[in-house]
Design a protein around this ligand. Structure first.
Ligand SMILES: NC(=O)c1ccc[n+]([C@@H]2O[C@H](COP(=O)([O-])OP(=O)(O)OC[C@H]3O[C@@H](n4cnc5c(N)ncnc54)[C@H](OP(=O)(O)O)[C@@H]3O)[C@@H](O)[C@H]2O)c1
Length: 284
């Protein structure tokens, strides 16, 4: 970095590099002495003692899960500095990119030691969520994320992306703890990160999902459904049953939008529904 300019570049070498023939050089460069082959001496640029800008560091909460691992992979492929927190503290897949992630072990619902992983973090994507009893679902989707959002705001993390979930009409009543938890975490995010939040609300997310040693190809169902249901957008507005027609979305599309939302300072804050996810994921 300190040597910005090479000191012995002759003008003729410069023209050669540009591919300009000798005959045409006088039209580009005129000198009274015609000494165009004299070495052009450029003093070495002075090194400025300014520290490099801090690199973006992305922390993925739940980076070991189905969606989280795709987000880590996308962020590593984009050259970001990536860390993850999960209770297992390790990758669920053995792929080369996973060696470049800093894997932290921690439970967002227990103790404060996981907060050390927030050091130097510039943005967070949370994929922490899950199913179980209503009480458990509220805790894991709501309380765990609310705790993380508060800790991140206190540590000065600039942006927070939350992988939430689309309403699913009548199913909302069956999974009350899940949806109440999701919406409570969203509300906390709006309060703590009025300008630095992005809430992703996908419906069913498909892709290759690892369960133990098995890999489930969810795309076999998800991909054709996505194509059909994208055309049924007006029907998804019908109360109660409409949300059941929310198109599924590919996990790689969710990962792409999540990483972009986390690092692009002009990505608008707000809720991105499944149609927004599909639209953003198709942008370059
Ligand atoms: N998959 C879908 O179709 C879908 C659809 C809509 C929305 N979503 C939402 O997207 C998010 C990710 O879903 P997913 O399918 O990837 O879920 P997942 O595979 O179960 O991943 C959840 C992640 O959260 C971590 N985690 C859970 N509890 C934690 C805690 N207390 N502290 C720290 N880490 C914890 C898990 O790791 P450990 O178990 O090792 O802690 C895991 O890495 C969830 O919020 C889900 O509600 C998913």
């Amino acid at each position: 970095m300190s040597r910005l300019i090479q000191s012995k570049l002759t003008i003729s070498k410069y023209f050669n590099a540009l591919g300009i023939p000798k005959s045409g050089r006088s039209r580009c460069f005129s000198t009274e002495s015609n000494k165009i082959d004299e070495p052009l001496k450029v003093e070495e640029a002075e090194t400025l003692n300014v520290p490099p800008p801090p690199a973006d560091k992305l922390l993925v909460l739940g980076g070991s899960g189905f969606v989280g691992s795709h987000i880590c992979k996308e962020a590593i492929n984009r050259g970001l500095n990536v860390a993850s927190i999960s209770r297992s503290g390790k990758s669920s897949v053995e792929e080369p990119w996973s060696n470049n992630v800093q894997w932290h072990q921690g439970d967002l619902l227990s103790g404060d030691s996981w907060k050390e992983a927030l050091s130097g973090v510039t943005s967070i994507v949370s994929c922490v969520g899950g199913f179980g009893s209503n009480n458990y679902m509220y805790k894991i989707n709501g309380t765990a994320n609310i705790t993380a959002i508060r800790a991140a705001a206190e540590k000065g993390v600039k942006r927070f992306v939350y992988v939430s979930a689309a309403d699913s009409g009548v199913i909302n009543y069956l999974l009350q703890g899940y949806y109440d938890g999701k919406r409570a975490a969203e509300t906390e995010l709006l309060v703590r990160y009025p300008y630095g939040h992005v809430i992703l609300r996908p419906g069913f997310i498909y892709g290759n999902r690892r369960v133990g040693n098995l890999e489930l190809p969810l795309g076999v169902i998800g991909s054709p459904l996505e194509m059909v249901l994208q055309c049924a957008k007006p029907l998804s507005q019908v109360p109660l049953v409409g949300p059941l027609l929310t198109p599924p979305v590919n996990v790689t599309a969710v990962a792409k939008v999540a990483v972009r939302a986390a690092i692009d300072p002009v990505f608008p804050p707000g809720i991105v529904d499944v149609h927004g996810l599909l639209r953003y994921s198709q942008q370059k």
